[in-house]
Design a protein around this ligand. Structure first.
Ligand code: SF4
Length: 451
């Protein structure tokens, strides 16, 4: 999971890109970067670290230009190193220059890279964003295709998830894979600037006048005051999309609008459905903050029970699931959560979480809550058991590391040391979204939409 941003036709494009990346920091905390096009050259700054550290004011002011694209990375393909961070750029001797940032992952990466290398294309990283950029530049510069034609060719040949922004010296292009797996939207300001982002929360803070989602297999070209939309065979076929359902459950911010729905609304519905299928009545309902907050709210409202923020989260510790190494992940759980003093004493608690991946974090949280005096702890999970890995831009662990891959619900409950454990079923989860057939559920059922 990564976050992208693109700003077009704004005198302070880099400032806006930094603001957008701040809003998307939850999508990746390993590295970040911005490429600014000033109609002569591209200036690029990318480093390992958080947006606030990589882009202090003096560094932003050095990035002049009216077109900027940016990226926050959460590593999937390629090790944690600055060369694997994004954006990637290509500057050609004849003048054209290109910068690209993408969110997703490419399944046939090796094959496409080998084909390009056979044609003399050089790679500096193992990142999928570089592959997309080199594919497009090769077909534009060597084969004479227009950029939209090269992107259409890419959509025919490159398999995977890619919500992508590409800039040249004068234009910006947005495109999304035919299954629209990862979110992507764009908008316009009153003064004629455009912005694109992974999530609408990043556009909200830039005061976009209207916001639209980039459609599956759509290519959008933004040029001065003109927006051209190119349909591809895939968009014309009106095929089903396969949006990542986990964006609603966990990844996206609750104030974002993705896949035609508000994330907070879907999460509340998940909680409501969880409560409707649960005959247990606890004393209090407590979320594991933050991603389970709205799920717990929906659950508590449906059962007319007190909703309490009994666990306090330290926001200055990164998201546990997206830290790359297990040792770092383990240590950060205790730094991250603290129970309210005397709060849990002798209470029957419904502890709500969005999902269980390895179970290591939740086990420690259960221990914390028990230690704080809870009489009973009943875990209610806003998703089905995660049994399969993701290959579309999320670094879920291998199947062997997924606790639900080998263990049934009772065994997991014992491992977590809870008094009961209840998951949502896939059918119940499908009731929480408007168009359930348009989603990928592969990490629950192993039915991968692209192989
Ligand atoms: S496998 Fe899971 S995490 Fe990956 S795209 Fe599908 S639903 Fe999302």
């Amino acid at each position: 999971m990564c976050g992208i941003i693109g700003i077009y036709n704004h005198p302070r494009a880099a400032d806006l890109a930094v603001l957008g990346l701040f809003a998307e920091q939850h999508r990746g905390q390993e590295s970040c970067g911005i490429a600014v096009n000033n109609s002569k050259i591209i200036k690029l700054r990318k480093k390992i670290g958080l947006v606030k550290d990589v882009f202090p004011e003096d560094k932003i002011s050095a990035l002049h230009g009216k077109i900027a694209i940016g990226h926050v990375r959460y590593p999937t393909r390629g090790i944690s190193a600055v060369e694997n961070s994004q954006p990637h750029i290509v500057e050609t001797l004849s003048g054209p220059s290109y910068a690209l940032a993408s969110n997703g992952d490419i399944l046939n990466y090796k094959q496409i890279r080998a084909e390009l290398e056979q044609n003399g294309v050089y790679f500096a990283s193992f990142n999928d964003g570089e592959l997309l950029l080199k594919f497009i530049v090769f077909h534009v510069e060597k084969n004479g295709l227009s950029i939209p034609e090269a992107i259409k060719l890419l959509m025919k040949n490159v398999k995977g998830a890619y919500s992508t922004v590409l800039s040249t010296k004068t234009k910006m292009y947005l495109f999304r894979d035919p299954l629209a797996i990862r979110p992507m939207c764009y908008g316009k300001t009153k003064d004629g600037s455009y912005a694109v982002a992974s999530e609408s929360c990043a556009l909200d803070i830039l005061y976009m006048e209207w916001i639209k989602e980039v459609q599956a297999a759509q290519i959008i070209e933004i040029d001065e005051d003109k927006v051209s939309v190119f349909s591809t065979k895939e968009t014309q076929k009106n095929i089903f999309t396969k949006h990542c359902i986990f964006e609603h459950i966990y990844f996206s911010r609750p104030d974002s609008f993705i896949f035609g729905e508000n994330v907070f609304h879907v999460r509340k519905k998940i909680g409501k459905i969880l409560a409707q299928n649960d005959d247990f009545d606890p004393d209090i309902v407590v979320p594991v903050p933050d991603s389970a907050n709205f799920i717990a709210l929906g659950y508590a409202r449906e059962k007319n029970l007190p909703y309490e923020m009994g666990l306090i989260r330290n926001h200055y510790v990164g998201r546990t699931f997206i830290k790359p190494e297990q040792t770092i992940r383990d240590e950060s759980v205790y730094q991250k959560f603290n129970p309210l003093p005397h709060f849990f004493q002798d209470k029957k608690v419904a502890l709500i979480d969005d999902s269980i991946v390895r179970g290591t974090t939740l086990r420690k949280i259960v221990k914390l809550v028990r230690h704080a005096g809870a009489k009973e702890i009943h875990l209610r999970i806003g998703s089905p058991p995660v049994k399969h890995s993701c290959y579309y831009g999320i670094d879920t662990p291998t199947r062997q590391e997924l606790i639900a891959n080998e263990k049934d619900s009772n065994t997991i409950c014992k491992y977590l040391k809870a008094d009961s454990l209840k998951y949502l079923t896939i059918k119940q989860l499908q009731q929480a979204v408007q168009d359930p057939q348009n989603y990928c559920y592969a990490c629950f059922n192993g039915e991968y939409p692209i192989k």
